[in-house]
Design a protein around this ligand. Structure first.
Ligand SMILES: Cc1cc2nc3c(=O)[nH]c(=O)nc-3n(C[C@H](O)[C@H](O)[C@H](O)COP(=O)(O)OP(=O)(O)OC[C@H]3O[C@@H](n4cnc5c(N)ncnc54)[C@H](O)[C@@H]3O)c2cc1C
Length: 305
């Protein structure tokens, strides 16, 4: 098959009811609001559809790019000559599967899963309530905040491999580390996760969530597009403090700025391009290295053609 267009026409015939969008602007699907068009974006609504998409892609030797809610990615200005599988809002469902365990499908947002857990009187996801990604993206990244991270509660994750086959990865096989997991090292697509929580009063859980939301609103530039913390926390320090010590608070390249509210965030103050963000990130890395001898590693995933 010679083009992505032809491939997608074949995909439409092969996978019943699949939504495909051509030349879909990635800026519509990333919290940075940056990124040119994806040649095709597919929106599987069920495990069967996702499996069928992967099987057809496998036959054609094509590798997908997976997107959750796009809150930790920087997409290229020129777009992606690829098929992007958008998981947010696709495979859905949150079920109670035991006294204190729930199963959440990858397309659900972490905030929704945490809210449902709260309504069931289950504690352990308070930290995740304000993190704007999907549960799939959260498990991939081992998302965390305020002392909590998904590794503390995710006991088992179901993935599809590139052949569309189901695999269950349990316990320590998930290899969680700081903002990484086995899932960030393998070409798998996360479809659902089991979470082990603890009984607690709804009021107590809600109060903790409100407290953390207040802290977030006070310290983070939530009013501007960003991808959260741009860099990982280096050993023995905080990226934001190092960036500030290097005199970079408010430093700007094009429309990309080191937030004046939280130096760990690069924000899009208007019309930022991926090139602006990348150039700003490089200058931050160099100036922080000169000042403190520490090389900051990006937390944001930079997508490329
Ligand atoms: C305002 C703001 C605040 C934030 N605060 C925090 C915070 O406190 N703590 C924190 O950890 N993060 C934070 N983030 C970053 C981000 O929300 C998390 O990293 C989140 O886990 C990303 O989820 P996502 O669904 O948006 O993933 P995406 O950004 O869409 O993708 C991230 C990576 O995961 C992969 N991926 C996504 N879904 C799947 C899937 N189903 N299967 C396989 N791979 C997948 C993608 O290919 C990509 O490599 C913040 C971001 C913003 C914008």
């Amino acid at each position: 098959m010679s083009s992505i267009g032809e491939f997608c026409r074949y995909l439409t015939q092969s996978v019943d009811g699949l939504t495909i969008s051509y030349q879909e602007p990635l800026s519509k699907h990333t919290s940075f609001r940056i990124g040119g068009p994806a040649a095709a974006m597919v929106f599987p609504k069920s495990l069967d559809q996702l499996q069928a998409v992967l099987q057809v892609m496998r036959q054609e030797e094509m590798k997908p790019i997976v997107l959750g809610a796009g809150t930790n990615v920087l997409a290229p200005d020129e777009g992606l000559e690829a098929v992007v599988i958008c998981m947010r809002g696709g495979i859905m469902g949150i079920h109670r599967i035991g006294d204190t365990q729930i199963e959440a499908a990858a397309g659900e947002t972490m905030t929704k899963v945490a809210s449902v857990a709260r309504d069931w009187g289950l504690s352990g996801l308070e930290f995740a309530h304000g993190i704007p990604g999907t549960i799939g993206g959260g498990v991939y990244m081992n998302a965390g905040a305020y002392g909590g991270e998904l590794s503390q509660v995710a006991i088992q994750t179901t993935v599809l491999n590139l052949d569309g086959e189901v695999q269950v990865i349990a316990g320590s096989e998930q290899e969680f580390g700081y903002r990484k997991s086995i899932f960030s090292q393998k070409p798998w697509i996360i479809v659902k996760t089991q979470l082990d929580l603890k009984d607690a009063s709804q009021a107590q859980i809600a109060a903790q969530m409100e407290e953390l939301a207040k802290r977030r609103r006070m310290s983070q530039p939530l009013e501007l597009p960003s991808a959260g913390s741009t860099f990982k926390r280096p050993a023995g320090g905080y990226a934001a403090a190092l960036i500030e010590q290097a005199g970079l608070k408010g430093f700007q390249v094009g429309g990309a700025q080191v937030s004046t509210k939280h130096s760990g965030f690069v924000v899009n103050v208007g019309g930022a391009t991926a090139e602006d963000v990348k150039s700003l990130m490089k200058q931050i890395q160099i100036r922080v290295m000169e000042k403190s001898g520490i090389w900051l590693e990006p937390e944001v995933k930079i997508l490329s053609r």
